[in-house]
Design a protein around this ligand. Structure first.
Ligand code: AMP
Ligand code: MG
Length: 331
């Protein structure tokens, strides 16, 4: 059983529940692209509002803990940003009456700290592109202590009528209603061990993976079914529930040196591991969360129910050798 009286677990669950309701209401009422960041990725009212809400909660509850989160308030200071800030202020007011624009920028920037021995990491809206399509996204919050994820929570409002998945180290992985009741259901990965029968999960966005290599790997494993395309760490929740068996984050040919951000993997990886699964990079190395804001010691991610991990690593190794020999001996 998970210890709901633990202050960190309790806050993470309540915070992500409330943040998920906030995101859901924004998605229903005002979904529209807000701003385009320097890296050309979109950011919405919901990204800012959720980071402000959880920045506020965490600063109050654990003032000593740094928060390492995806967004910052800089762009909200521009002329274009002003109207976004007004919308963020209006929506945050649903949950924190009286919050001002100044409060909100301060709470967002509470998330601009560096990782330390103990810190929280947050992706306020993981899968912003899915959120904008009215599709899957996740609020992803994790507590990291000495490089190990101790608590991970995923709020997935559009997954199976609304899912909140919480994992705590050595305490298992649980599904909790998004509504706040304490009706917990334990989650376990599948027992599938035939690669041909595997249900594979991949990013919805083709630019976040390598579609050609994915096809090659599916053929090498003899996978019959088409991979399920889904945005965000909601994929990890599905894997933890036993509704998927293998998840590949391959490196896009457009960005072969892409390094994962810790907030994109922290909560999801504990969720899968505590449900009995396995998470490594594409070479089988454990994800190293002790090296800063990015997973610089790893390349890509392979997550599985555990049983299918060796077969997946084997085909990944072979396809890497094939592509290296193609580079050395082009036809
Ligand atoms: P997904 O929903 O699986 O597409 O993953 C969403 C996350 O992918 C976002 O939070 C981005 O931070 C991250 N991302 C952005 N660009 C890339 C890329 N080129 N390769 C892999 N992930 C990316
Ligand atoms: Mg993300």
């Amino acid at each position: 059983m998970i210890d709901l009286t633990d202050p960190e677990i309790g806050l993470a669950i309540k915070g992500v529940q409330q943040a998920s309701h906030l995101a859901q209401r924004i998605q229903q009422e005002m979904v529209a692209p807000a701003l385009v960041k320097e890296d050309r990725s979109p950011v919405t009212v919901a990204d800012f509002a959720v980071q402000a809400l959880l920045g506020h909660w965490l600063a109050e509850a654990f003032p000593e803990d740094p928060l390492v989160a995806e967004e910052n308030s800089k762009t909200l200071g521009s002329a274009e940003g002003q109207s976004i800030l007004e919308q963020v202020t209006r929506s945050l007011g649903w949950f924190v009456p009286g919050a001002t624009g100044e409060d909100i920028c301060r709470w967002i920037d509470h998330g601009n700290q560096q990782p330390g021995d103990r810190f929280w990491t947050l992706d306020p809206i993981d899968g912003t592109k899915g959120f904008l399509r009215g599709d899957q996204y996740a609020v992803a919050l994790a507590l990291v202590v000495e490089g190990k994820i101790q608590v991970g929570v995923l709020g997935c409002p559009n997954l199976e009528g609304g899912a909140l998945v919480v994992a705590a180290r050595d305490q298992g992985c649980w599904r909790v209603p998004l509504t706040g009741s304490q009706d917990l259901q334990p989650l376990h990965v599948s027992e599938r061990d035939d690669p041909g029968q595997a249900r594979v999960l991949r990013s919805f966005e083709p630019g976040h993976t390598h579609v050609g290599r994915m096809d090659e790997l599916m053929a090498a494993l003899g996978v019959q079914a088409e991979p399920v395309r889904m945005d965000s760490q909601a994929k990890y929740a599905l894997l933890a529930e036993g509704k998927g068996d293998l998840l590949f984050r391959l490196l896009s040919p457009q960005q072969p040196d892409y390094q994962e951000c810790i907030w994109d993997q922290a909560a999801g990886s504990l969720v899968v591991e505590e449900a009995g699964g396995k998470v490594t990079d594409l070479e089988g190395k454990p994800l190293d969360f002790s090296v800063g804001k990015m997973l610089v010691a790893n390349r890509g991610v392979l997550a599985s129910n555990g049983r299918l991990h060796p077969a997946a690593l084997e085909v990944l190794g072979k396809s890497k050798k094939n592509s290296e020999s193609r580079i050395q001996n082009p036809a």
